[in-house]
Ligand binder design. Structure first.
Ligand SMILES: Nc1ncnc2c1ncn2[C@@H]1O[C@H](COP(=O)(O)OP(=O)(O)O)[C@@H](O)[C@H]1O
Ligand SMILES: [Mg+2]
Length: 244
């Protein structure tokens, strides 16, 4: 088996004196999509901050795409093929969608060029009618589509996706879900997908890691987790009847 696209080994991390992550170990294989589940405050975004070497002081080891990320600066990590879409997506408001994406593609020159716009539109059909629209004329859902597509424009091989459907209208969620689900196939990217809802990662991921108070409290197949109501009630905010 090839080396994982992303691997965290015994990663602990603190914001100042407040420890947020405790001995996190997880991996994502090339072109695999893995769920990172947990309630609000469980440590999902902090895990991404740790990978990108932002804000937190960390110990342990992180490797991506065959190289160690220990002590590597955030911009160098981004250039190395690890892309991150934070929770509060930001699209440049005065630029058009096409310009937003072109900017991201330029950053990829050193890695043999970005993804052509046609290929991105194929992966995200929602983009097609938005290309000439300015960022400040996009709905929340449309901005999220652009933010995810833009992150992929530089042809990363690892994508960290932080609660991409939070607060979006159901109709956009359905279309974005389908595009995200196909990413390993369309763009060959390995995805770590942070979510509070099991429902969203069902059918998208084959494995999940579950976080609580900064620790991995469960790791296993998504299907197995989906069958275990007790585990879900313990670690997720789900209705008493569970997800079904
Ligand atoms: N910038 C920060 N400074 C200090 N503490 C933070 C910061 N960001 C998150 N935390 C704390 O780290 C813990 C994990 O938060 P977070 O990683 O955002 O969880 P999640 O993304 O799963 O909702 C929480 O206790 C939160 O209050
Ligand atoms: Mg978060």
């Amino acid at each position: 088996m090839a080396e994982p696209a992303l691997e965290l080994r015994d990663v602990s991390a603190s914001y100042g004196h407040a420890q947020a992550l405790f001995d996190i170990s997880l991996h994502v294989n090339p072109a695999e999509m893995v769920g990172l589940l947990g309630r609000n405050g469980a440590g999902k975004s902090s895990t991404f901050n740790a990978v990108m070497n932002l804000e937190l002081r960390r110990t342990g080891h992180i490797r991506a795409l065959g190289a160690s990320l220990d002590g590597v600066a955030p911009d160098a990590i981004a250039r190395s093929g690890v892309a991150w879409v934070p929770e509060n997506r930001r699209v440049f408001p005065t630029l058009t969608v096409r310009e937003n994406i072109d900017l991201a593609r330029m950053g990829a020159k050193s890695r043999g060029g970005g993804v052509p716009i046609d290929e991105l539109v194929e992966a995200f059909p929602l983009l097609k009618h938005l290309l000439n629209r300015r960022g400040n004329h996009l709905s929340g859902g449309e901005q999220q589509v652009v933010a995810v597509a833009r992150a992929l424009a530089g042809r990363p091989q690892v994508l960290l996706l932080d609660e991409p459907t939070e607060g979006l209208a159901p109709v956009v969620v359905d279309q974005l879900t389908e595009s995200i689900r196909r990413l390993p196939e369309t763009l060959g990217v390995a995805v770590l997908l942070a979510e509070q809802n099991l429902e969203f990662v069902l059918g998208m991921t084959s494995r999940v890691y579950v976080l609580e108070t900064g620790r991995v409290v469960h790791a296993g197949s998504t299907a197995e987790f989906a069958r275990d109501d007790a585990l879900q009630r313990r670690y997720l905010s789900v209705a008493a009847s569970g997800v079904s």
